[in-house]
Design a protein around this ligand. Structure first.
Ligand code: SAM
Length: 260
């Protein structure tokens, strides 16, 4: 597809069947409202609408909007599809109801940013089902302790690896395979206060600061060394433990105890 814009991470799904499988993997309730990021040429949008969902689709590339308007003229007229032109990171999303779901084949260049943005915002989706790089889905789901990203997702919801999508399913084909990642049971109140949320992420980010260093050494940037050692001991964690050895439960206990 000669017109695909690399800078916007445009890799379009080729088969309606793959789009249908993504919608099934999302396990949406009947007539849910879905936010779709980057509808592109509308392959996934079509599968969502066919299943009876209402869709708010945000597309950054203004040149794609007329084709989408034409393709889905009926659904737009019925009010089942709202097309919004703009960058999802800055458009006004207040038109979404409280209990919306996110389903998208997102551009790889902003995967991490979008995960952070939608999991930590006050208006969180009920669930997120996303096509991401296979390696990212593996890191989040199959290695629950090993990365900041995995812990950062798990603190809000339950990540599930749905299925692998080979690179040949897209035009143009990306360099790597993709996978459908679903995050279910997203909690609206994972943290009682904003200050606790901010502190948890400060501890997590600092703890993972230098990959090969012990946790105590990394956390020295945030808390006096003796204090961290005492807290690790009180939580029955080894003195020389590394960030990638801690479970979500350990991180929550660590952040809470260090805060007290
Ligand atoms: N959903 C389509 C599909 O599955 O074939 C297209 C997926 S393509 C990987 C990503 C889409 O996101 C493109 O249409 C691109 O223009 C759009 N996009 C890229 N950055 C965006 C942003 N910041 N906000 C909204 N849409 C964006």
């Amino acid at each position: 597809m000669a017109f695909a814009k690399k800078s916007l991470g445009q890799n379009f799904l080729m088969h309606a069947q793959t789009a249908q499988r993504i919608v099934e993997a999302a396990e949406l309730p009947e007539r849910a409202v879905v936010l779709e990021i980057g509808p592109g040429t509308g392959m996934l949008t079509s599968a969502l609408l066919t299943t009876g969902m209402s869709v708010v689709a945000v597309e950054a590339d203004h040149t794609l909007i007329p084709t989408l308007e034409e393709r889905f003229a009926n659904e737009v007229a019925e009010g089942r599809l709202r097309l919004v032109q703009g960058d999802v990171r800055s458009v006004d999303l207040s038109i979404l109801p409280e209990d919306y779901h996110l389903v998208a084949n997102i551009p790889y260049y902003i995967t991490g940013e979008l995960l952070r943005m939608f999991l930590s915002r006050s208006q969180k989706p009920r669930s997120m089902t996303l096509l991401v790089q296979k390696e990212v889905a593996d890191r989040i789901v199959r290695d629950p302790k090993g990365s900041l990203l995995s812990i950062a997702v798990r603190v809000y919801g339950t990540p599930i690896y749905r299925f692998t999508v080979p690179r040949g399913a897209f035009v143009p084909a990306p360099k790597v395979d993709s996978a459908v990642l679903s995050i279910q049971n997203i909690s609206k109140d994972a943290f009682p206060t904003q200050a606790e949320e901010d502190w948890f992420f400060a501890v997590l980010r600092t703890g993972f600061g230098h990959k090969r260093k012990q946790l105590v050494k990394n956390l020295e940037a945030l808390v006096p060394r003796g204090e961290v050692a005492a807290v690790l001991k009180s939580l029955s964690l080894p003195e020389k433990v590394r960030a990638e050895d801690l479970s979500l439960h350990d991180w929550l206990s660590l952040a809470q105890t260090l805060r007290n």
